[in-house]
Design a protein around this ligand. Structure first.
Ligand code: NAD
Length: 479
């Protein structure tokens, strides 16, 4: 069976302990490869390699970083099919999605931040007749990048690319649930000629390998994407060490459909927002609120569309929804469907395990549930699965109250043809991202992140370039 390796100091390496964990294909339930069960010793080796690489990499020219990062992008693109297949086997998501969305986006992340390296500048603040201040934006040193399982290579590279572009060295950890594409990336980095130690990839469990990264005094900044509870723990660990921290955490995102919307556009958008990647995207619109004049018509059309989504083999071309990522996650989502019933929810469709012929894994039919009040746990807590709650509202004020009524604040979507309403509502929503008449339309230049329990800090564009640099003001007096 294939043994995934760590990538430390420019080489593929077995974990120091020699122990491995099972890597399971969620569509079949079968173990198909082994992951290093790394610990503090592997992290120590990675930190040492990064520190040795830093003096040269941090002084490399933007043109050199641009060249190597584009070379990495070229090599992923050249092997796109292998990356897509690896991601599908790790995650259970349809191959068509890995091929058309996730892997191309990883390529785009490298190209985008390669270009950013060439364009990144800084400011000068003249004090008339007396002095000039200028800002040096310098790489931090060794930074830690930790990512989740839902969009494995896409989110891993969303952190690594800006960290590389700004001249940092990296100790990273992909999710232990979906390690394979990061392993392929390690091989690509070797082939692309990335200098040894600039990027180190340590595989393993969060509380062991991940914890060793966040607690290591030689790692000066942590960029983390994952669950809110993990983020809280990381914040507590890193605070006494004064590490720079970016936390992209959970979401329970509202999707507001006003009666004056373009009905078909909103309907298509609500299905996409609710069920893309089986609802396993932090940005999914999992709370749908529809204004009362169109509520029943919208609900019936929605249920018709959702019930028609094909749950099936991730490798089949006509599959809309593949397997959920793991057995524990599948059981968690099923538990929330049961809780919704207890809370008085009316299940309009789905929420049942699906037997996919020839596949033994964890498939679930997509669920739409109404009649759950704002206080219900199923409406307040992140489920991160194919479960959409649906409620009517009367006024714009009520819509805002419902939308803002959770501890999360990542993304929100508004469907309306009234331009004044769109701006008014967008301003008052307590979210880091608001989409109007679209969902997950992404421009990599824009700030990305949440408020409240959805995190602190922003990724994307110059925000990411600034996060991975320290600003130093130099004041030169000539007066
Ligand atoms: P998770 O928090 O369980 O794990 C995320 C990563 O953190 C994994 O690599 C894990 O091994 C590691 N980890 C766990 N404990 C750790 C510790 N003590 N120290 C250091 N690292 C540790 O999250 P998950 O289940 O992999 O991902 C799903 C969650 O991620 C959802 O809540 C989802 O909303 C969130 N997410 C957020 C965004 C965003 O941009 N805001 C994007 C995608 C996913």
């Amino acid at each position: 069976m294939e043994r995934i390796q760590n990538y430390i100091d420019g080489r593929l390496a077995a974990p120091v302990s020699g122990t491995y964990l099972d890597n399971v294909n969620p569509a079949t339930g079968a173990v198909y490869s082994l992951i290093p069960d790394s610990d503090a010793a592997d992290v120590e080796a990675a930190v040492g390699a990064a520190a040795r690489a830093f003096p040269v990499w941090s002084l490399s020219s933007p043109a050199e970083r641009f060249r190597i990062m584009n070379r990495i992008a070229d090599l992923i693109e050249a092997d796109l099919e292998a990356f897509a297949l690896a991601e599908t086997i790790d995650t259970g998501k349809p191959l068509s999605v890995s091929r058309s969305v996730d892997i191309p986006r990883a390529v785009a992340n490298f190209r985008f931040f390669a270009t950013a390296a060439m364009q990144f500048g800084s400011e000068a603040h003249p004090m008339a007749g007396q002095a000039i201040n200028y800002t040096l934006r310098q790489p931090i040193g060794t930074v830690g990048c930790i990512s989740p399982w839902n969009l494995p290579l896409y989110l891993f590279t969303w952190k690594i690319a800006p960290a590389l572009a700004t001249g940092n060295c990296i100790v990273s950890k992909p999710s232990e649930v979906t390690p394979m594409t990061a392993y392929l990336l390690a091989k690509v980095c070797i082939a692309a000629g990335l200098p040894a130690g600039v990027l180190n990839i340590v595989h393993g469990l969060g509380p062991k390998a991940g914890q060793a990264i966040v607690a290591h005094p030689g790692i000066k900044a942590i960029s983390f994407t994952g669950g809110t509870n993990t983020g809280r723990h990381i914040a507590a660990t890193t605070a006494p060490l004064f590490k720079k921290l970016s936390l992209e955490l959970g979401g329970k995102n509202p999707n507001l459909v006003f009666a004056d919307c373009d009905f078909d556009q909103a309907l298509t958008g609500a299905v996409r927002a609710g069920f893309s990647n089986n609802g396993q995207i932090c940005l999914c619109g999992s709370r749908l609120y529809v204004q009362r004049p169109i509520y029943e018509k919208f609900r019936d059309a929605l249920v018709h569309r959702v019930a028609a989504l094909k749950v099936g083999d991730p490798l089949a071309a006509d599959t809309d929804l593949g397997a959920l990522v793991s057995k524990p996650h599948f059981e968690k989502v099923l538990g929330y469907v049961a809780l919704a019933r207890e809370e008085g929810g009316r299940i309009l469709c789905g929420g049942e395990p699906v037997q996919v012929p020839g596949a033994g894994g964890w498939f679930l039919s997509p669920a739409v549930i109404e009649n759950l009040g704002a206080d219900c746990r199923t409406v307040r807590e992140e489920i991160f699965g194919p479960v959409l709650t649906l409620q009517p509202f009367d006024t714009e004020e009520e819509a805002l109250e419902l939308a803002n009524g959770t501890e999360y604040g990542l993304a929100a979507t508004v469907w309306t043809q009234d331009v004044s309403r769109a701006h008014r509502v967008a301003e008052r929503l307590q979210n880091g991202i608001v989409w109007v008449n679209c969902w997950m339309l992404r421009d990599l230049r824009t700030p990305f992140g949440g408020v409240k329990n959805s995190g602190v800090g922003r990724e994307g564009g110059w925000e990411a370039m600034r996060f991975f640099t320290e600003a130093k003001n130099v004041c030169v007096n000539w007066g």
